[in-house]
Design a protein around this ligand. Structure first.
Ligand code: AMP
Length: 266
Protein backbone atom coordinates (compact mmCIF):
# COMPACT_ATOMS: atom_id res chain seq x y z
CA UNK A 1 0.00 0.00 0.00
CA UNK A 2 1.34 3.47 -0.76
CA UNK A 3 1.94 5.62 2.35
CA UNK A 4 -1.00 7.96 3.16
CA UNK A 5 -0.65 11.47 1.81
CA UNK A 6 0.52 13.97 4.36
CA UNK A 7 -0.57 17.40 5.52
CA UNK A 8 1.55 20.09 7.05
CA UNK A 9 -0.23 21.45 10.14
CA UNK A 10 1.16 24.58 11.77
CA UNK A 11 0.05 26.56 14.81
CA UNK A 12 1.02 30.09 15.70
CA UNK A 13 -0.34 31.90 18.74
CA UNK A 14 0.18 35.46 19.88
CA UNK A 15 -0.67 37.41 23.01
CA UNK A 16 -0.94 41.19 22.92
CA UNK A 17 0.70 41.19 19.50
CA UNK A 18 3.76 39.17 20.58
CA UNK A 19 4.81 35.64 19.67
CA UNK A 20 3.60 33.18 22.30
CA UNK A 21 3.76 29.70 20.91
CA UNK A 22 4.21 27.81 17.65
CA UNK A 23 4.34 24.23 16.41
CA UNK A 24 4.95 22.43 13.14
CA UNK A 25 3.82 18.89 12.38
CA UNK A 26 3.21 16.55 9.43
CA UNK A 27 0.31 14.12 9.66
CA UNK A 28 -2.04 11.97 7.58
CA UNK A 29 -5.64 13.21 7.18
CA UNK A 30 -7.06 10.87 9.84
CA UNK A 31 -4.77 12.33 12.53
CA UNK A 32 -5.44 16.02 11.84
CA UNK A 33 -8.49 16.51 14.02
CA UNK A 34 -6.87 15.26 17.21
CA UNK A 35 -3.63 17.07 16.42
CA UNK A 36 -5.50 20.35 15.82
CA UNK A 37 -7.21 19.96 19.20
CA UNK A 38 -3.90 19.35 20.96
CA UNK A 39 -2.33 22.42 19.31
CA UNK A 40 -5.25 24.61 20.38
CA UNK A 41 -4.94 23.27 23.93
CA UNK A 42 -1.27 24.05 23.90
CA UNK A 43 -1.74 27.65 22.74
CA UNK A 44 -4.22 28.20 25.55
CA UNK A 45 -2.04 26.75 28.30
CA UNK A 46 1.32 28.36 27.64
CA UNK A 47 3.39 29.30 30.74
CA UNK A 48 3.63 32.88 29.39
CA UNK A 49 -0.17 33.21 29.30
CA UNK A 50 -3.21 32.37 27.22
CA UNK A 51 -3.20 33.14 23.48
CA UNK A 52 -5.52 35.88 22.25
CA UNK A 53 -4.94 35.12 18.55
CA UNK A 54 -4.36 31.60 17.36
CA UNK A 55 -3.85 30.50 13.76
CA UNK A 56 -3.88 26.95 12.45
CA UNK A 57 -2.75 26.27 8.89
CA UNK A 58 -3.30 22.92 7.24
CA UNK A 59 -1.86 22.24 3.78
CA UNK A 60 -1.58 19.04 1.78
CA UNK A 61 1.93 18.11 0.69
CA UNK A 62 2.55 15.95 -2.37
CA UNK A 63 3.83 12.44 -1.51
CA UNK A 64 6.72 12.85 -3.96
CA UNK A 65 7.82 15.98 -2.12
CA UNK A 66 8.66 14.25 1.17
CA UNK A 67 12.38 13.97 1.94
CA UNK A 68 13.67 11.55 4.58
CA UNK A 69 16.40 12.13 7.13
CA UNK A 70 18.12 11.08 10.35
CA UNK A 71 18.05 12.99 13.62
CA UNK A 72 21.39 14.29 14.91
CA UNK A 73 23.42 12.49 17.59
CA UNK A 74 22.65 13.71 21.10
CA UNK A 75 25.03 14.62 23.93
CA UNK A 76 24.34 16.43 27.21
CA UNK A 77 27.08 18.65 28.62
CA UNK A 78 26.54 18.88 32.36
CA UNK A 79 26.93 22.52 33.21
CA UNK A 80 25.95 23.77 36.64
CA UNK A 81 24.60 27.22 35.73
CA UNK A 82 23.74 29.36 32.71
CA UNK A 83 27.04 31.24 32.68
CA UNK A 84 29.09 28.07 32.34
CA UNK A 85 26.48 26.84 29.83
CA UNK A 86 26.94 29.88 27.63
CA UNK A 87 30.71 29.65 27.92
CA UNK A 88 30.67 25.99 26.80
CA UNK A 89 28.14 26.72 24.02
CA UNK A 90 30.38 29.52 22.73
CA UNK A 91 33.38 27.15 22.65
CA UNK A 92 31.38 24.72 20.56
CA UNK A 93 30.33 27.44 18.13
CA UNK A 94 33.96 28.53 17.70
CA UNK A 95 34.95 24.90 17.11
CA UNK A 96 32.34 24.78 14.32
CA UNK A 97 33.99 27.75 12.58
CA UNK A 98 31.72 30.50 13.86
CA UNK A 99 33.76 33.68 14.40
CA UNK A 100 33.96 35.11 17.95
CA UNK A 101 32.21 38.28 16.78
CA UNK A 102 29.30 36.28 15.33
CA UNK A 103 28.99 33.99 18.38
CA UNK A 104 29.15 36.87 20.88
CA UNK A 105 26.79 39.04 18.84
CA UNK A 106 24.17 36.31 18.69
CA UNK A 107 24.42 35.54 22.41
CA UNK A 108 24.00 39.24 23.22
CA UNK A 109 20.98 39.52 20.87
CA UNK A 110 19.25 36.46 22.31
CA UNK A 111 19.87 37.68 25.86
CA UNK A 112 18.43 41.11 25.05
CA UNK A 113 15.48 39.79 22.99
CA UNK A 114 16.37 39.64 19.30
CA UNK A 115 13.18 41.23 17.94
CA UNK A 116 12.73 45.02 17.87
CA UNK A 117 11.61 46.21 21.30
CA UNK A 118 13.73 43.59 23.11
CA UNK A 119 11.25 40.73 22.87
CA UNK A 120 11.61 37.21 21.47
CA UNK A 121 11.28 36.67 17.75
CA UNK A 122 8.67 34.44 16.21
CA UNK A 123 11.32 32.59 14.22
CA UNK A 124 15.11 32.48 14.12
CA UNK A 125 17.89 34.90 13.27
CA UNK A 126 19.87 33.98 10.18
CA UNK A 127 23.43 35.09 10.83
CA UNK A 128 26.57 35.28 8.71
CA UNK A 129 28.97 32.93 10.54
CA UNK A 130 31.95 35.16 9.70
CA UNK A 131 30.75 38.76 10.09
CA UNK A 132 27.84 38.20 12.49
CA UNK A 133 25.57 40.25 10.18
CA UNK A 134 21.88 39.41 10.42
CA UNK A 135 20.49 38.24 7.10
CA UNK A 136 16.78 37.69 7.79
CA UNK A 137 14.52 40.17 6.01
CA UNK A 138 12.15 40.71 8.94
CA UNK A 139 13.88 40.93 12.36
CA UNK A 140 10.62 40.36 14.26
CA UNK A 141 9.50 37.28 12.36
CA UNK A 142 12.90 35.88 11.42
CA UNK A 143 13.08 32.57 9.58
CA UNK A 144 10.64 29.80 10.53
CA UNK A 145 11.69 26.20 10.01
CA UNK A 146 8.53 24.41 9.00
CA UNK A 147 7.09 21.26 7.37
CA UNK A 148 9.10 18.71 9.35
CA UNK A 149 8.24 15.89 11.72
CA UNK A 150 9.39 12.55 13.02
CA UNK A 151 7.88 9.29 11.67
CA UNK A 152 5.86 7.28 14.26
CA UNK A 153 8.31 4.33 14.61
CA UNK A 154 11.29 6.66 14.95
CA UNK A 155 9.34 8.69 17.51
CA UNK A 156 8.76 5.56 19.61
CA UNK A 157 12.48 4.72 19.43
CA UNK A 158 13.43 8.30 20.28
CA UNK A 159 11.09 8.39 23.28
CA UNK A 160 12.59 5.17 24.66
CA UNK A 161 16.08 6.66 24.49
CA UNK A 162 14.99 9.99 25.98
CA UNK A 163 13.01 8.32 28.76
CA UNK A 164 16.08 6.42 29.92
CA UNK A 165 17.81 9.78 30.35
CA UNK A 166 14.91 11.64 31.94
CA UNK A 167 14.56 13.80 28.83
CA UNK A 168 11.32 12.62 27.28
CA UNK A 169 9.48 15.93 27.05
CA UNK A 170 8.00 17.86 24.09
CA UNK A 171 10.71 20.57 24.30
CA UNK A 172 13.49 18.10 23.60
CA UNK A 173 11.58 16.05 21.01
CA UNK A 174 10.48 19.07 19.00
CA UNK A 175 13.82 20.82 19.26
CA UNK A 176 15.59 17.71 17.95
CA UNK A 177 13.32 17.57 14.90
CA UNK A 178 13.74 21.29 14.25
CA UNK A 179 17.52 21.08 14.68
CA UNK A 180 17.61 18.12 12.30
CA UNK A 181 15.89 20.10 9.58
CA UNK A 182 18.13 23.11 10.15
CA UNK A 183 21.24 20.90 10.01
CA UNK A 184 20.02 19.48 6.67
CA UNK A 185 19.60 22.95 5.13
CA UNK A 186 22.18 24.12 2.57
CA UNK A 187 24.93 26.35 3.97
CA UNK A 188 24.18 25.92 7.68
CA UNK A 189 27.29 25.81 9.92
CA UNK A 190 25.59 25.65 13.34
CA UNK A 191 22.49 26.49 15.35
CA UNK A 192 22.14 27.97 18.84
CA UNK A 193 18.89 27.90 20.83
CA UNK A 194 17.49 28.64 24.20
CA UNK A 195 13.80 28.66 24.96
CA UNK A 196 11.52 31.61 25.60
CA UNK A 197 9.59 29.50 28.10
CA UNK A 198 10.46 30.97 31.55
CA UNK A 199 10.38 27.52 33.20
CA UNK A 200 12.73 25.88 30.71
CA UNK A 201 16.39 26.85 31.11
CA UNK A 202 17.98 24.28 28.79
CA UNK A 203 19.27 25.01 25.32
CA UNK A 204 21.53 23.51 22.68
CA UNK A 205 24.10 23.99 19.99
CA UNK A 206 23.85 21.77 16.92
CA UNK A 207 26.84 21.38 14.60
CA UNK A 208 27.71 18.92 11.83
CA UNK A 209 30.63 17.46 13.81
CA UNK A 210 29.03 17.16 17.26
CA UNK A 211 25.33 16.83 16.53
CA UNK A 212 22.82 18.13 19.08
CA UNK A 213 24.66 19.17 22.22
CA UNK A 214 22.35 19.98 25.06
CA UNK A 215 23.10 22.24 28.01
CA UNK A 216 20.72 21.97 30.99
CA UNK A 217 21.28 25.68 31.67
CA UNK A 218 21.66 28.36 29.01
CA UNK A 219 19.57 31.05 30.70
CA UNK A 220 18.44 31.94 34.22
CA UNK A 221 15.11 30.50 35.44
CA UNK A 222 12.24 32.94 35.00
CA UNK A 223 13.80 34.59 31.91
CA UNK A 224 11.27 34.99 29.08
CA UNK A 225 13.70 36.05 26.39
CA UNK A 226 14.91 33.23 24.21
CA UNK A 227 15.35 32.41 20.59
CA UNK A 228 17.29 30.71 17.89
CA UNK A 229 20.10 31.59 15.52
CA UNK A 230 20.99 29.73 12.34
CA UNK A 231 24.59 30.46 11.29
CA UNK A 232 25.20 30.58 7.55
CA UNK A 233 28.63 29.64 6.16
CA UNK A 234 30.46 32.38 4.26
CA UNK A 235 29.45 32.05 0.60
CA UNK A 236 26.15 30.39 1.52
CA UNK A 237 23.05 31.53 -0.33
CA UNK A 238 20.57 32.89 2.26
CA UNK A 239 17.63 32.63 -0.14
CA UNK A 240 18.26 28.94 -0.85
CA UNK A 241 18.64 28.26 2.88
CA UNK A 242 15.41 30.05 3.78
CA UNK A 243 13.54 28.35 0.92
CA UNK A 244 14.63 24.94 2.22
CA UNK A 245 13.81 25.77 5.84
CA UNK A 246 10.35 27.12 5.07
CA UNK A 247 9.25 24.97 2.12
CA UNK A 248 11.02 21.59 1.97
CA UNK A 249 9.01 18.74 3.53
CA UNK A 250 11.11 16.36 5.59
CA UNK A 251 10.22 13.40 7.74
CA UNK A 252 12.87 11.99 10.06
CA UNK A 253 12.67 8.22 10.16
CA UNK A 254 15.94 7.42 11.95
CA UNK A 255 17.20 8.36 15.40
CA UNK A 256 20.81 9.49 15.97
CA UNK A 257 23.26 7.97 18.44
CA UNK A 258 22.98 8.95 22.12
CA UNK A 259 26.42 9.63 23.58
CA UNK A 260 27.31 9.54 27.31
CA UNK A 261 26.96 12.84 29.19
CA UNK A 262 30.06 15.00 29.32
CA UNK A 263 31.43 17.71 31.57
CA UNK A 264 32.40 21.05 29.99
CA UNK A 265 36.10 20.19 30.37
CA UNK A 266 35.83 16.99 28.29
P1 AMP B 1 10.85 27.35 21.93
O1 AMP B 1 11.98 26.38 21.87
O2 AMP B 1 9.58 26.86 21.32
O3 AMP B 1 10.69 27.98 23.27
O4 AMP B 1 11.29 28.51 20.95
C1 AMP B 1 12.33 29.39 21.30
C2 AMP B 1 12.48 30.40 20.19
O5 AMP B 1 12.90 29.73 19.01
C3 AMP B 1 11.22 31.16 19.81
O6 AMP B 1 11.09 32.32 20.57
C4 AMP B 1 11.50 31.52 18.37
O7 AMP B 1 12.30 32.67 18.32
C5 AMP B 1 12.35 30.35 17.88
N1 AMP B 1 11.56 29.35 17.14
C6 AMP B 1 10.56 28.57 17.63
N2 AMP B 1 10.08 27.76 16.67
C7 AMP B 1 10.80 28.02 15.54
C8 AMP B 1 10.79 27.52 14.21
N3 AMP B 1 9.92 26.59 13.82
N4 AMP B 1 11.68 28.03 13.34
C9 AMP B 1 12.55 28.98 13.72
N5 AMP B 1 12.61 29.49 14.95
C10 AMP B 1 11.76 29.03 15.86
Amino acid sequence: MPPPSLYSIRMHATREGHHLSGAERLAPAWALEELAASLVRRALSHPRGEADVLRLTVEAVAAGEVLRGRLPDVTTVRVSDWRSGRYAARQLLLEAGISPVAADGVMASLAAGAAPGGVSMRGAMLVDAETGARLESDPARGVRASRMDIAPEAEAALRRELLRRGLDNPHVREALVLAAKVAAAPGIAAELCWSDDPDYTAGYVCTPARGYVRFPHLKPAGEERGGRAFFLRPGGDPEATVRFLERAVILFDEVGTFHPDRTPEE
